[in-house]
Design a protein around this ligand. Sequence first.
Ligand code: ZN
Length: 100
Amino acid sequence: MDCPKCGSKTRVTTTCHEFSDHVRRYRKCTACHHKFVTRQGFEEIQAPALRNKQVFQPADILEMRSLWLQGRSSREVAEIFGCTTSWVNKVVKRKVWVNV
Ligand SMILES: [Zn+2]
């Protein structure tokens, strides 16, 4: 986290865990000594790719769809990416990674 005033590195002086839904960090700039507080909330991130025990990048998803559109079967694409055929079907039918 860089200083909002001068952009230099900051360090955490105190971390406060007493809130149930977020962590509060008191930070101090190492250059200008500006003090500020950051709040780190907890968010549940949906990660459908993890169901297949493999983490995919958006580029992988695009590549999967591109191969499939070029006429490769779901099974072939699945073998290339080391995932299941049903996963490939979900990707190409945009049941997962809808935003990519
Ligand atoms: Zn600063």
